[in-house]
Design a binder for this molecule. Sequence first.
Ligand SMILES: [Zn+2]
Ligand SMILES: [Zn+2]
Length: 277
Amino acid sequence: MTHSAFKPSIGSTLFFALHVAAFSAFLVKPDLSCILLLVGLFLIRKFGITGGYHRYFSHRSFKTSRWFQFVLAFLGGMSAQKGALWWAAHHRHHHQHSDQEDDVHSVKKQGFYWAHVGWILSPDYCDYDAKRVKDLTKFPELVFIDKYHIIPPIITGLACFLIAGLPGVLWGFCLSTVILYHTTFAINSFCHLLGRRRYETGESSKNSFILAVLTLGEGWHNNHHYYPHCARQGFFWWEIDPTYYVLRFLKLIGIVYEIREPSQKVIDGKEATASLG
Ligand SMILES: [Zn+2]
Ligand SMILES: [Zn+2]
């Protein structure tokens, strides 16, 4: 598939400006509140992406109430990675067409830069195919927060300012958001490039311990491509998967339920799986 080259837009300008602001954080000495915002907002928002945008909205791998579904959409939205519907529609497309001609971000077909960040900056993918997320567009509050996806990051940035002033914005919002970006993007780039393969999946996904640590368990990408429907991506106790541990805790206190687990047949690689597209 031929893609449109990068074109300057409001979105791409903000994206680059955020990187400049993130680097400028190192010119400002952080106090304890800045460090707590950096780490806390990284962890909370990363769970919004991994537990919310990815395992819930893209794969429906567990169930929850309507109000908590909105909380997940908001937490993921605070990461400034567009809305849950946009994210899920493109991700479902990736699973259905991994490393094929029209994969949205294939390292194999389009190279590292495109898979990591190029596709996000391309005008080709500003929109999404609503037909892919029909199960989600029936909730007006999800459609609203997806359309006005700028609201959660603005609230996050303002909260950082109120808590710790400009240094709080630079460390807690800008730097934390840029780290969130590149650790999320790394799953599309590095996890289709470096690591080990346990399952033959017909595409290039790999398992990476380092990326699993950096992304709350998303680095077990070969496991995930083999069986995308389950909420647990680390199939063995040594495959660290903090997103799954948080989901188990949320189940214990009654917030989520019907968490899909991999069966022994899946773990043994004896069950064929269909893409969730
Ligand atoms: Zn993938
Ligand atoms: Zn996935």
